[in-house]
Ligand binder design. Structure first.
Ligand SMILES: [Zn+2]
Length: 58
């Protein structure tokens, strides 16, 4: 998920505790996901974010 934390945005994997909390805006976090092979996965209509480590583990 991408969450606003004060005036920064935090990208957190919904499958492990991996996170990056240093984004200036939402789009920067989205770009990071694309550049680092994160995937957005819809589960029961809720969007979750899966980091590349978790994808590699299946
Ligand atoms: Zn993960």
């Amino acid at each position: 998920m991408i969450e606003r934390q004060g005036n920064k945005y935090e990208l957190q994997c919904d499958y492990c505790s991996n996170y990056i909390d240093d984004f200036e805006d939402f789009q920067e976090a989205v770009d990071y996901k694309k550049a680092n092979n994160w995937k957005s996965i819809s589960i029961n209509g809720e969007w979750t974010d899966k980091c590349s480590n978790c994808i590699n583990e299946g």
